[in-house]
Design a protein around this ligand. Structure first.
Ligand code: CU
Length: 382
């Protein structure tokens, strides 16, 4: 995601759309042999792998995960040796904001992976591929991405330690991360946001920056368990107009993605910009990106934001632990609603039976359900 420094709300009328969403099969798993071609992420896996809370990992498991991430960063990408295997994921996430692959709804944009119904299935597929990579580089076919339950203080405390994700940035050094395996000097950001995007927000450093809970001097809070419970009550997966402006009571996806009072997204110099009304707090997924990143103005009046605020937010490995938790909330929501995703009439890449950019390998519908995709969560929120 990308933070917006937009100061003024431009509150246009919601765009009318001819799209319709069918709720006929909601709550009912589609019958076998419905004619739809499905292919799952791990058809060869008979036992689902377990994604666990960081607070429950042993010291050896914590260390094995960090080693795998560091190895991925030191291994050239088999598909493109100009960057590391790890950075393939940063590049995918960055390119997902390109207008070229966006859905232009009469000037109001939905992205390939954000402010769009694809938000949850896209990040699920990204995480599965990230996990596959960690298994490959570590030689451990059972390795999974642990989740950071940001509603839980014990999980949060277990995440931000010197042997794992490191802590907060150092205010004396421009909020550079100076602790842990991804500290400045040890972990270098090789893929940055496009310059045009940086100009619109802040100039990005080539090391991780974090400024916990500070949004231009105002406190940002992490969502609580009760916020998650509330989100799980949303009955529909998504709603017209299928972007950041979807009503959260009707759109579980936007409830969880976290846009509130969003402005129409625009396309500037080839990149989609999604802002929202000034003073309207981001929620859920967005709020955590902002909580970790922070936004601040330095003594010279220059605006900065932390690494998790950029389109290249996967540069901070906390991204994957955060998104595992977002996916876990999705898993809790979809339990009784498996295969609900009936959107049709959208451009290719947003309909239930379409495949998603850039992989084009599995249908959106096939991304629903964790166990049939070869993994499950230790616990689900309720
Ligand atoms: Cu994202």
């Amino acid at each position: 995601m990308r933070l917006s420094f937009g100061k003024v709300a431009t509150w246009a009328l919601a765009l009318a759309s001819a799209l319709t969403i069918s709720t006929a099969s909601q709550g009912v798993a589609a019958p076998a042999g419905s004619g739809e071609e499905l292919s799952f992420a791990r058809t060869d896996t008979t036992t689902a792998l377990m994604r666990r809370d960081v607070k429950d990992l042993s010291l050896a498991e914590r260390s094995a995960f960090i080693s795998a991430v560091l190895k991925a960063k030191a291994t050239p990408d088999p598909l493109d040796p100009t960057h590391s295997y790890y950075d393939r994921f940063v590049a995918w996430h960055r390119e997902a904001f390109s207008c070229e692959i966006g859905w232009n709804q009469r000037g109001n944009w939905a992205g390939a992976a954000h402010f769009s119904p694809t938000f949850l299935p896209w990040h699920r597929e990204l995480l599965l591929k990230f996990e596959d990579m960690l298994q490959e580089v570590s030689g451990d076919p059972t390795m999974t991405v642990p989740y950071w339950d940001w509603t839980d203080q014990a999980s949060t405390a277990a995440v931000f330690t010197a042997d794992f994700m490191g802590g907060n940035g150092d205010p004396a050094q421009g909020y550079a991360l100076t602790t842990g395996p991804f500290a400045k000097g040890s972990w270098h950001l090789d893929i940055l946001d496009p310059i045009s995007v940086q100009k619109a927000s802040a100039i990005q450093t080539d090391y991780i920056q974090r400024n916990f809970g500070n949004f231009l001097g105002k406190r940002v809070y992490r969502p609580k368990a009760i916020d998650v419970s509330h989100a799980l009550h949303a009955t529909h997966y998504d709603a017209n107009p299928y972007n950041a402006r979807s009503e959260i009571d009707a759109s579980f996806r936007n409830m969880l993605e976290g846009w509130r009072e969003a402005k129409p997204a625009t396309c500037n110099e080839g990149w989609i910009y999604q802002g929202q009304a000034s003073g309207s707090p981001h929620a859920m997924h967005n709020a955590i990106h902002i909580w970790v990143a922070g936004v601040w103005t330095d003594a010279k009046g220059v605006d900065h934001q932390g690494t998790m605020g950029y389109n290249t937010s996967p540069n901070d490995p906390i991204f994957f632990l955060h998104h595992a938790n977002v996916d876990r909330i999705f898993a809790a929501w979809e339990r009784d609603r498996l295969r609900y995703y009936q959107l049709s009439g959208a451009p290719f890449g947003w309909n239930a039976k379409d495949t998603m950019w850039p992989w084009r390998d599995r249908t959106i519908n096939s991304m629903f359900g964790t166990i049939r995709n070869g993994y499950e969560y230790q616990t689900l929120p309720s």
